[in-house]
Design a protein around this ligand. Structure first.
Ligand SMILES: Cc1ncc(COP(=O)(O)O)c(C=O)c1O
Length: 314
């Protein structure tokens, strides 16, 4: 199939529609809830499941596919793949970030939207249990207006969380203005990009956010569930402490909380040699096992450095 490059002067919406079989006989307006599967996506999915059923799961290949997905989204968003972690959902990423906030000191607070989508609301509400004042900004014009956010931020604000685009109303946040207010007091800027990433360019916003999350199944047009992307700014990568052992994104942002940046390069050499040896004996070595060991050792070292004992480091 020849498809003209979308976005080029000769782009034709009919070329795009042909990629999505469901649009042959309907107009589809529900991407904000869940995107359509393209024909190519469906073929790949079928092939993968067939191979799994007939020959078993090729784990390293599946891992490489995840790396490819991470790189593709990083390119789309205009950032380095190593600054992205794969996440199962927006709520889990919010929960991981919330877990990074320690016990509150008197006055410490976080600022969130009163009517945000639940995934970007309840993980922060639970910070009350750690002593935070969870300040909820009432919606105006369908979302958060910077002046209303500014009224609730003070030097003890540790995080400001909001959606780039509100799912219920389509309100588009002024990321730049809100980020400016938050960063003035050193607060983490958490943006839920579920209704933004894939629909609008975000590269120019990245320098203004610390965490930007997006699930795969909306405007990124991967109809699967349980997969998403989490951009972490270099500043928060330095600031966050590991408290999870098995996180998606071993070679990406949250993965770097477990391992130093160059570790991914280091393991390749011994792995290749081991793999060659094993293949001579008709066996295979799984890259995952080596990475897992290194991740565990790094986590232990990091945990010791931060005087922190994870529940199950091994
Ligand atoms: C604004 C917004 N955030 C998050 C999500 C998804 O959150 P999760 O990945 O936690 O299910 C959606 C849609 O489902 C959404 O519209």
């Amino acid at each position: 199939m020849t498809v003209r490059r979308l976005g080029s002067p000769t782009a034709d919406i009919r070329d795009a529609r042909r990629l999505f079989p469901a649009t042959a006989n309907r107009a589809y307006f529900n991407t904000a809830a869940v995107g359509l599967a393209s024909g190519r996506f469906a073929e790949t999915y079928h092939r993968f499941i067939d191979e799994w059923a007939t020959a078993g799961l090729d784990f390293p290949r599946a891992e490489r596919s995840a790396e490819n997905a991470r790189s593709a989204v990083a390119r789309l968003m205009g950032a380095d793949a190593s600054d992205f972690a794969l996440i199962p959902s927006v709520s889990s990423a919010a929960g991981l970030v919330a877990a990074q906030l320690g016990q509150a000191r008197p006055g410490d607070n976080v600022v969130i939207g009163q009517r945000e989508y639940s995934s970007n609301h309840f993980p922060w509400r639970q910070l009350v249990d750690k002593g935070y004042d969870v300040r909820q900004v009432p919606f105006r014009n369908g979302g958060l207006e910077p002046e209303d956010v500014g009224e609730r931020i003070n030097p003890s604000t540790k995080l400001v969380a909001f959606s780039g685009v509100q799912s219920a109303t389509g309100h588009r946040s002024d990321i730049s203005a809100i980020s400016h207010l938050a960063r003035n007091v050193g607060a983490i800027v958490f943006v839920d990009g579920s209704q933004l990433v894939g629909a609008l360019p975000v590269a120019h916003e990245l320098p203004r956010v610390d965490v930007l999350v997006a699930p795969d199944h909306k405007f990124l047009l991967n109809a699967g569930r349980g997969m998403g992307y989490c951009y972490l700014s270099p500043a928060v990568q330095r600031r966050f402490t590991p408290d999870q052992r098995r996180l998606e994104g071993r070679r990406g942002a949250i993965g770097q909380l477990l391992r130093p940046r160059d570790d991914a390069v280091n393991y390749r050499v011994p792995f290749r040699q081991l793999d060659q040896l094993a293949r001579r004996n008709g066996q295979r070595v799984r890259a995952y096992d080596l990475r897992r060991l290194r991740a565990r050792d790094h986590l232990r070292a990091q945990s010791r450095a931060h005087d922190h004992t994870p529940g199950c480091p091994g």
